[in-house]
Ligand binder design. Structure first.
Ligand SMILES: CC(=O)[C@@H](O)[C@H](O)COP(=O)(O)O
Ligand SMILES: NCC(=O)COP(=O)(O)O
Length: 238
């Protein structure tokens, strides 16, 4: 069974847009797990535009499932993760000003750097995953970094699938199988949604976990709107 880890960055985006504490990130994390999600993902960025470093600490006592922290392993991020000790750290090669993640690691060029940071996390009993494109060479070299898992970067699949190109799943199937054969666990994420998750999940072998945020929170707004509008109308009835 593939685990669903919900990325709550967008809850923090909404909170930060007004100051204050609505919606409450900690309470949302508790509720998301009560509703059945099997993990909470956060991706703090250096500018703290959504999840703040303090949120990573505040969430610790609320997470009874799996805690996944994603980000570029700059010193500030490494110190945070080593202090919080989540279930899993997912390393993502984000540039400092990236709007969102837009590439996987080059596991050849960054091999010794990744080996170094991964061994530090593993010494601290934190499972490690690296964000990666569905590319045979990158996966073969991912093994040499010592990572426990890869996270397949699924944006290209999502874009192509939306255009009707179902063949776009092929490199992901091959990559997942290769990673498994080489002893790596397989996660996936980025732009997965209610539209594409069934097809993706049914086709990808050995898929341990998906992390989903942007679409899932957007869909929750849409699917909740009718209910909430009716609740307001009810309360306004004289
Ligand atoms: C690695 C990945 O694909 C997600 O973590 C994504 O980058 C979420 O980050 P944002 O919420 O900042 O877009
Ligand atoms: N690792 C991917 C993630 O956490 C969420 O990505 P998205 O669903 O916000 O694109």
């Amino acid at each position: 069974m593939t685990k669903l880890s919900v990325n709550i960055n967008k809850i923090a985006t909404l909170r930060n847009s007004r100051g204050g504490n609505t919606p409450n990130v900690v309470q949302t994390s508790i509720d998301i797990q009560n509703f059945g999600a099997e993990g909470i993902t956060i991706h703090p960025r250096p500018d703290e535009r959504h999840i703040r470093y303090q949120d990573a600490y505040d969430l610790i006592p609320t997470i009874v499932t799996e805690y996944n922290i994603e980000g570029n392993p700059i010193k500030k991020f490494m110190d945070l993760v080593l202090d919080v000790k989540p279930t899993q750290v997912t390393l993502v090669p984000d540039s400092i000003d990236a709007v969102t993640s837009n590439a996987g690691w080059d596991t050849i060029e960054n091999q010794s750097f990744l080996q170094e940071v991964i061994s530090e996390f593993k010494r601290n009993d934190i499972r490690t995953s690296i964000f990666i494109d569905p590319d045979k060479k990158m996966i073969e070299n991912a093994v040499k970094t010592g990572a426990d898992r890869i996270e397949l970067y699924t944006e290209d699949f999502a874009v192509q699938y939306a255009k009707g190109n179902k063949d776009a799943i092929k490199p992901y199937i091959e990559s997942a199988q290769l990673a498994h054969d080489l002893g790596l666990g397989v996660n996936a994420g980025h732009d997965l949604s209610l539209d594409n998750i069934e097809f993706f999940g049914h086709n990808i072998p050995h898929l341990a976990e998906v992390s989903i945020g942007h679409a899932l929170i957007s869909e929750s707004l849409y699917l909740g709107l009718e209910n909430v509008i009716n609740m307001y109308l009810h309360k306004l009835q004289k």
